[in-house]
Design a protein around this ligand. Structure first.
Ligand code: BGC
Length: 756
């Protein structure tokens, strides 16, 4: 009781303190706004790109003179304390000396790269994910950057979309947890601390639901689906305190997000109470001309009125809002709102107190890319790997086996970190060959051959090598490359075929209609399998791929995504059993492209397939492929095996104020210690709305020593049973529910309970 009273008083104190701080800030900002001319105000809404990384055709010009003239609110992609100091000095030459904000796409690490976000999500480890964001913030702020365009929390059920690599997969519960963990990691306890940075949640909203998986394409969905399946991760990130949010490129209900008042004002501000600022995506404002909703002045006015505050790169706000104000197309209050929210963020970041607080050359020397960050990168990389197949326990390898390592990326530093690694130093990356050499030492022979290019077609190969991340194309013919690899492999005891995608085959504007391993690489794999030697496929990929042939024909598949700076060392750790893989998929792997979208939490339909083998007439299924994906959500093997006991419930019914404890015993029945992600799913068996066949509601990652077992317990609360109805009421309905626990979304133990 005493403790509760203490916590209550303490949180009241904290609340009052932050109230007082906010009041002080509001007063400061209000008096500053009073002094500002209209041009100075519009300057604050202007975000320019500093040079190094651009994702559109427009690049900012005359940045220096604009800074001095007070026409820039912030700059992104300018790094190093020297450069940001210089830019800040220019900003401070403006009449009101308002400091600029410096941002960057710090997506999965800063200089020390971690696995791509889809890989990070496969760790299902929130502490690790939070720590990765913390460490990225530590490095970025030491290099002059204190605003990141991350986390990307767009739910994606379509692996054709290249940006699946940047998110946390298909599930709303896991996605929401990760969104919150990332924000906490970046922003820490206090935004004004020197090593914390402002998070920017993106892309608001529904960007991952682009039709056909084609980037920037139209989205269209019901409100019920939005509220239940797509919006919660954005909300979770904001609830965790994210101070900014980015409008997405796509339209929603026929209006681009950037100018969508329902989205940016009614939902975001009124319903959710968001107090931070909205930035457009890269020229997102100007692109509304091509969307077809008006000329630059019109779309800009619409964007501001809808709730966009800062204009990324396009300069429409800077150049047209003054005219719109005169013509009464926007109001002074709307402009002041945007200015106020941006100045608030600058105040919270401590910039008015010390504009150079993130320009510390000494920090840059010691806090970026050091032993600690590298060790962490290696650890997190190993935890992101997903073991998809391991026939006859071909993995882990042992050092007495002679290995042949084959594939286009085995010696390629540029492709280890994956997409969105704009701030990496590419030469730092450890390749697969380097990692294996480090693990095996100089004395053990390692056979190697390239075997194939990423693509046979040079044009496709060039498309797969954006941002100067060359694929190291070998100009020999496919046959010559393959022949050499087979000859080399014949001398080995086991073949490690490292195949798949190059780093830039996923990420922005890298949609694919066929998501398999390119044909020439598959031909190589077929030839390697034909040698009769055991073949381990080490899969580089930024998205779920179609691996139906591979799953039938190779012995083991270790999916290593793009694992970051320490990729090669981490892969060697996993291949030789120094670590036991524990990653679980956060996105289903389809059997073929025709199954897309395939996701675990689908509806039952009125004509569900019975689940027995084979096609069923007049049931919801295909003639030529089953409904189930090749590898389901939550799936991933280990070098050991886990056996699940039956589900136990402490009671079989609950009232609204009660809860049920659901538990299961998990036994490690193999011969290695291992970590297992135990997953709890719930099905609402009868609802006013139709309900998914199952939904993830909780999970726990546990380490179980070989031969030992542990009981994993979850608590089912009313909140786990709620959903948004047609009227968008968030309710739990009385009736029968099913609890399911398992090591993936498919193989589960079940038990029913009732909400009374
Ligand atoms: C992307 C954003 C990114 C921005 C700035 C855009 O093209 O959609 O995710 O933050 O560029 O680099």
């Amino acid at each position: 009781m005493k403790k509760i009273a203490f916590v209550f008083v303490f949180s009241l104190l904290l609340h009052n303190l932050s109230f007082a701080q906010n009041a002080k800030r509001d007063q400061f900002v209000a008096s500053l706004i009073k002094k500002m001319t209209i041009d100075e105000k519009l300057g604050q809404l202007n975000l320019l790109v500093g040079g190094e990384a651009t994702t559109g055709s427009v690049v900012s010009s005359n940045v220096e003179s604009k800074l001095k003239a007070g026409k820039v609110g912030g700059i992104f992609s300018l790094s190093s304390p020297e450069k940001t100091r210089k830019a800040q000095e220019l900003a401070l030459q403006s009449r009101l000396k308002i400091p600029a904000i410096f941002g960057m796409d710090v997506i999965h690490g800063y200089r020390t790269m971690f696995p791509i976000p889809l890989g990070m999500s496969a760790t299902w480890d929130m502490d690790l994910i939070e720590k990765s964001a913390r460490m990225a913030a530590q490095e970025a702020t030491a290099d002059g950057i204190f605003w990141t365009f991350s986390p990307m929390v767009d739910i994606c059920r379509d692996p054709r979309w290249g940006r699946a690599s940047e998110g946390s997969g298909e599930d709303v519960f896991l996605g929401s947890k990760i969104a919150a963990a990332m924000v906490k990691g970046y922003q820490g306890k206090n935004l004004a601390d020197k090593n914390t940075m402002l998070a920017c949640v993106k892309h608001f909203a529904l960007y991952g639901a682009a039709e056909g998986g084609r980037d920037y394409n139209t989205t269209d969905m019901s409100r019920v689906r939005m509220y239940n399946e797509y919006l919660p991760p954005y909300k979770a990130a904001l609830d965790a305190g994210a101070g900014s949010i980015m409008a997405s490129f796509n339209e929603i209900d026929g209006i681009p997000a950037t100018a969508n008042k329902w989205l940016l004002t009614d939902l975001l501000r009124k319903e959710w109470g968001f107090k931070g600022f909205v930035v457009t995506d890269y020229t997102g404002n100007n692109e509304m001309i091509d969307h077809g909703i008006g000329d630059l002045q019109t779309v800009t006015a619409k964007a501001l009125r809808a709730g966009s505050d800062m204009d990324m790169v396009g300069e429409g706000f800077l150049n047209t809002l003054k005219k719109s104000l005169v013509e009464e197309k926007v109001t002074q209050a709307e402009i002041d709102r945007a200015v106020r929210l941006i100045l608030n963020a600058k105040y919270d970041l401590g910039l008015f107190e010390d504009p150079f607080r993130y320009c510390d050359e000494n920090r840059a020397k010691t806090e970026i890319y050091n032993d600690e960050t590298r060790a962490f990168s290696r650890e997190v990389a190993t935890k992101s790997f997903v073991l998809l197949k391991n026939k006859n326990n071909v993995l882990p390898l042992n050092t007495s086996q002679k290995i042949a390592v084959v594939g286009p990326l085995i010696n390629n530093k540029e492709n280890m970190a994956g997409t969105w690694s704009v701030s990496e130093t590419r030469t730092n990356s450890i390749t697969l060959m380097e990692g294996l050499r480090n693990a095996l030492g100089e004395k053990i022979e390692i056979l190697q051959a390239r075997g194939a290019n990423i693509y046979s077609d040079p044009v496709m190969d060039a498309n797969a090598a954006m941002f100067g991340k060359t694929t190291g194309r070998d100009n020999r013919s496919d046959e010559e490359l393959l022949f050499e690899a087979v000859r080399v492999a014949k001398d080995a005891d086991v073949i490690v075929a490292a195949l798949g995608e190059s780093a830039e085959m996923s990420g922005e504007s890298s949609s694919r209609s066929q998501i398999d391993i390119p044909e020439n690489q598959r031909n190589l794999l077929k030839a390697l399998v034909k040698t009769g030697k055991p073949v381990v496929l080490v899969l580089f990929t930024g998205r779920p791929l179609v691996l139906t042939w591979e799953n039938e024909n190779v012995d083991a598949i270790l999916n290593v995504w793009f694992a970051g700076t320490e990729a090669g060392n981490a892969i060697a750790d996993a291949l030789y059993g120094k670590v036991n893989p524990s990653g679980k998929l956060s996105m289903s792997f389809p059997r073929n492209e025709g199954q897309i979208p395939v996701y675990y939490n689908h509806k039952n339909t009125g004509r569900p397939h019975s689940g027995k083998p084979g096609y069923e007439k007049f049931r919801s299924n295909y003639l030529d492929v089953t409904n189930e994906p090749l590898f389901p959500f939550g799936y991933g093997l280990s070098y050991t095996t886990f056996e699940y006991g039956d589900i136990k419930l402490d009671k079989t019914s609950m009232t609204e104020s009660q809860q049920i404890k659901v538990s299961v015993e998990v036994k490690n029945t193999g011969s290695y210690d291992g970590e297992e992600v135990v997953q709890l799913y719930i099905r609402d068996k009868v609802g006013t709305n139709t309900r998914p066949v199952k939904e993830l509601k909780d999970f726990k990652k546990v380490l179980i020593k070989k031969g030992e077992s542990t009981t994993v317990e979850f608590t089912v609360r009313l909140d786990n049973l709620k959903y948004y109805t047609n009227e968008l009421q968030y309710i739990a309905e009385k009736g029968v529910f099913e609890a399911m626990i398992g090591g993936d979304s498919d193989k589960v133990k079940k038990a029913e309970f009732v909400l009374k």
